[in-house]
Ligand binder design. Structure first.
Ligand code: SAH
Length: 265
C-alpha cells in the first residue's frame, strides 16, 4: 500500500460554533471522512481562570479595545500540543503575518499538524507571539474581525493540497497557480448560449489540440491578469518565445479570441 499523507488541524478560538458547517461539508467533509484531514476545534474559554470565562483585558498604556490575555492562550497551547504525538506548528492568524500564497500553502501542507490560533478584539498580548507561536499568517492586506475565517481559509487551501483530497488524478493538476499559471477558461453545455458560442476547438474531440489550446490560454490569461506570476512560471523556452511573440495589447477577451494562435504549434 502507498503511504497515505494526512494532516491534522487544531484550532483555538472563542467562537467554536463558527466552524460548524464550513469544515463539515463538501470537499473538507469528505476529506475528513476519508481520514486524510482531521480538524479539532478547541474553545479558548475552557482555559479561562474565572467563572465569567474572561479571556481579554484592557491594553497597558491605554487606547481603544481589548487585548487577549496571555495565561489562557499559553495554557491552551500547552494542553493541546501533547494531545497527539505529531508536533504542531503553532500559527497565529494575523494581518501582520506572512501573506498566504500558493508557496506558503504548499509549505503548510507538508507539515503533519498545524495549531491555528484565532485572534479577536485588538489582538493578543505580544508575549504570546514571542514565546508560544512559531509564526503568523495573513490572508491578505486587510483586517477582518477575527482569526476564524482566516483559519478556515488556511484549512481549506491546505487540505486541497493533500493527495487524494480532490479525488481524481492529482498529478494532472491544472488549477490556478499550478506551474505559476492561472487556469484556462471553462465552458459547459449548451454549445451556444444567447448567441455566444464556445470556442470551436473544445467541440473538436482532438484532445492533444485542446490541451495545447488550454495551455496557451493559461499563458495568455496569466500575462494579462497576473503578469507578476510570469517570471516564476514553469514555461519552456519555446513557450516563452511563443508568448513573447503574441500581441500585448491583449485584453482578456482578446486572449479568448486567440483560439487560432492557441492552436498552432
Ligand atoms: N488590531 C489588529 C487587528 C485585529 S483584528 C491590527 O491592527 O493588526 C482581530 C483578529 O482578527 C486578529 O488578531 C487576527 O487574529 C484576525 N485577523 C484580522 N485580519 C486578518 C488577516 N488579514 N489575516 C489573518 N487574520 C486576521
Amino acid at each position: 500500500m502507498t503511504p497515505v499523507t494526512s494532516i491534522r488541524f487544531d484550532v483555538l478560538t472563542i467562537f467554536p460554533g463558527m466552524f460548524v458547517g464550513p469544515i463539515d461539508q463538501s470537499i473538507l467533509g469528505r476529506a475528513q471522512a476519508a481520514g486524510l484531514v482531521s480538524v479539532q476545534i478547541h474553545d479558548l474559554r475552557d482555559w479561562a481562570h474565572d467563572r465569567h470565562r474572561t479571556v481579554d483585558d484592557a491594553p497597558f498604556g491605554g487606547g481603544p479595545g481589548m487585548v487577549m490575555k496571555p495565561e489562557p492562550l499559553f495554557e491552551a497551547i500547552e494542553a493541546i500540543q501533547p494531545l497527539v504525538e505529531a508536533p504542531a506548528t503553532v500559527i497565529f492568524m494575523s494581518p501582520q503575518g506572512r501573506r498566504l500564497d500558493r508557496a506558503l500553502v504548499d509549505e503548510l501542507a507538508a507539515l503533519p499538524r498545524l495549531l491555528l490560533v484565532c485572534g479577536r478584539y485588538e489582538g493578543v498580548d505580544e508575549r504570546v507571539l514571542e514565546h508560544a507561536v512559531d509564526f503568523e499568517v495573513s490572508i491578505g492586506d486587510f483586517v477582518v474581525s477575527g482569526g476564524e475565517i482566516p483559519a478556515m481559509v488556511v484549512i481549506d487551501a491546505v487540505s486541497r493540497r493533500i493527495p487524494g483530497v480532490l479525488g481524481g488524478d492529482d498529478s494532472l493538476d491544472e488549477e490556478s497557480f499550478d506551474e505559476g499559471l492561472l487556469e484556462y477558461p471553462q465552458y459547459t453545455r449548451p454549445a451556444e448560449f444567447r448567441g455566444w458560442p464556445v470556442p470551436e476547438i473544445l467541440l473538436s474531440g482532438h484532445h492533444a489540440e485542446i490541451g495545447k489550446w488550454r495551455r496557451r490560454l493559461r499563458m495568455l490569461r496569466t500575462r494579462f491578469r497576473r503578469p507578476d506570476l510570469l517570471p516564476g512560471a514553469s514555461l519552456t523556452a519555446k513557450e516563452r518565445a511563443w508568448l513573447d511573440a503574441q500581441p500585448t495589447d491583449d485584453a482578456d477577451q482578446a486572449a479568448l479570441d486567440a483560439t487560432e494562435r492557441g492552436r498552432v504549434d
